[in-house]
Design a protein around this ligand. Structure first.
Ligand SMILES: Nc1ncnc2c1ncn2[C@@H]1O[C@H](COP(=O)(O)OP(=O)(O)O)[C@@H](O)[C@H]1O
Ligand SMILES: [Mg+2]
Length: 238
């Protein structure tokens, strides 16, 4: 059997030593899965993605990528290994053009550049059309597509997405989710943090509810959607 793409065991992490935001989190992302992480504001969802991406210190527990433990590996090395990350905010450079933003995604890859551009442009025709414009001129939805394109240009096996639907119109949200689905169908495992919890749970294979830096509930997305406790505690309010 193949190792999971990502496995997180008893992860303790945070921003300041002695102040654990994540207090022993477990999570598995298997090949070809979409796994969503939901939970209230401040639960530690973004912190979990940052910890996996090597952006903040680990105080305890372990993170594995395809069975190999990640120890003090820098973010750019993780990109080379096949993990890409789209942060919750500031995920594009507004003053750079679309093309320049995509180039920023290339700096850590050794692949032949022109083909990668072609692939991204054929996947996202809107980015090709606007490639000489500044990212700051794009709509919110288009900016999110640019952030996805920039992450995909490194040819990842795993994509970490932090609230890709935040602040978007319903139409743009549908488009972003369609793209995420086709990215997943092309063989990329996806860890999806979402405030749109019902949408995320109906979209994913499995889901994790985080609360106060700990696992609260875990299961198939469709089961969590029907779970009375999950509904009462997390889905009503979100
Ligand atoms: N850069 C930071 N420095 C210090 N504390 C932070 C930072 N970012 C987030 N936190 C704290 O970590 C906790 C979890 O935040 P976060 O992971 O952003 O939650 P979520 O994404 O689930 O809304 C919160 O208490 C928040 O205040
Ligand atoms: Mg967050």
């Amino acid at each position: 059997m193949n190792n999971p793409l990502i496995e997180v065991n008893g992860l303790a992490s945070g921003y300041v030593k002695g102040l654990n935001i994540l207090q022993g989190v477990d999570l598995v992302l298997k090949e070809n899965e979409v796994v969503s992480i939901i939970g209230p504001n401040g639960a530690g969802k973004s912190t979990l993605l940052k910890a996996i991406m090597g952006l903040i210190p680990i105080f305890g527990g372990k993170i594995y990528f395809k069975g190999n433990e990640l120890i003090e590996i820098k973010s750019h090395e993780l990109v080379q290994k096949g993990i890409a990350y789209v942060p919750q905010v500031s995920n594009v450079f507004q003053s750079l053009t679309i093309e320049e933003n995509l180039e920023m995604g290339l700096w850590s890859t050794k692949n032949e550049h022109s083909n990668l551009f072609k692939e991204i442009y054929s996947m996202f025709p809107i980015l090709k059309e606007k490639r000489k414009e500044r990212a700051g001129n794009l709509s919110g939805g288009q900016r999110q597509l640019l952030a996805l394109g920039r992450a995909l240009i490194s040819k990842p096996n795993v994509l970490l997405l932090d609230e890709p639907s935040a602040g978007l119109s319903p139409k743009a949200i549908n488009e972003v989710f369609q793209y995420i689905k086709s990215i997943n169908e092309s063989g990329v495992g996806i860890l999806l943090v979402e405030q749109n919890a019902k949408r995320a749970l109906s979209f994913c294979n499995r889901g994790y509810v985080l609360d106060q830096g700990r696992n609260a509930y875990t299961g198939l997305g469709k089961d969590l959607l029907k779970d009375k406790k999950v509904i009462d505690l997390y889905l009503g309010k979100l």
